[in-house]
Design a protein around this ligand. Structure first.
Ligand SMILES: [Fe+2]
Length: 254
């Protein structure tokens, strides 16, 4: 069985401790920093077999080297980022499988935010770690890739089973929600969602994970092909990528 704990790090990052309870194999996804992860591990599991990095940014890899040193951890990441992920040991290619104990993970290259960005997907468990590509109600900035690449990456995630649970790298949901409400005015689902998000945050609970089905009906960046979104932007005749670029530009200054 797969057990996932959320460990808040830095200002608004999430790292995840992933435990295959059957084989007692442990991975940490995107350790932003040493201290909070180490505190969690010392109290509970006492070991880290692997670190999974979705991309090279410091707020996702900052804990790599100290955790590796203390726990003799193997660091897993994209072959494309072998020169940028600190301490990388296991370099995976697009579509490659990786076993965490008896849990099968597959990695997909999802460029856009960075060129070497990957997600870790456990199909049988219906779980995906999306780093800074897909957030709840939003998506990452397009730093290194193109808008088409980022859109294709989001569309790859869109095609997964709708009951997939999404674990993303930041708590950006509330601000993302305000953006979705502003630019998809007639989506009633967003107002309902707002109550839930505010209630979670007021209790200092994460709004993560979120189920893909829910994101498909609320996350405007997954809805660039929806006529209601195009109309809302006054861009009825624009292509999906034109809508995506417009939304990303608007969000960059939101
Ligand atoms: Fe990032």
């Amino acid at each position: 069985m797969l057990n996932i704990d959320i460990v808040p790090c830095l200002q608004d990052n999430y790292s995840f401790v992933v435990h295959d309870t059957e084989t007692n194999t442990v991975a940490v996804v995107d350790p932003s920093e040493f201290e909070p992860i180490n505190n969690f591990i010392e109290k509970k599991l006492k070991k880290i077999d692997y670190i999974f990095n979705t991309h090279h940014h410091f707020d996702h890899t900052g804990g790599n080297l100290d955790l590796q040193k203390k726990y003799k951890t193997k660091i897993v990441g994209s072959k494309k980022d072998e020169k940028r992920i600190p301490g990388i040991d296991i370099k995976l290619s697009d579509n490659e499988n990786f076993k965490l104990g008896c849990i099968d993970f597959k990695i997909f290259y999802i460029p856009g935010h960075t060129n070497g960005h990957v997600c870790f997907y456990a199909k049988d468990e219906r779980v995906i770690f999306t780093g800074d590509t897909l957030f709840s109600l939003g998506c990452g900035r397009v730093f290194e890739g193109t808008h088409i690449e980022m859109l294709n990456s989001l569309n790859l995630i869109k095609r997964l089973p709708i009951d997939t649970l999404i674990y993303c790298g930041h708590e950006y949901t509330e601000k993302n929600l305000d953006f979705c409400i502003k630019y998809e005015i007639n989506n009633n689902r967003l107002e309902e969602k707002k109550e839930w998000v505010i209630s979670k945050l007021s209790k200092k609970e994460p709004t993560i994970p979120v189920i893909l089905k829910e994101e498909l009906s609320t996350n405007i960046f997954l809805r660039c092909d929806v006529l209601a979104v195009k109309k809302s932007l006054g861009m009825e005749n624009s292509s999906e990528v034109e809508i995506f670029k417009k939304l990303r530009d608007l969000k960059d200054s939101f």
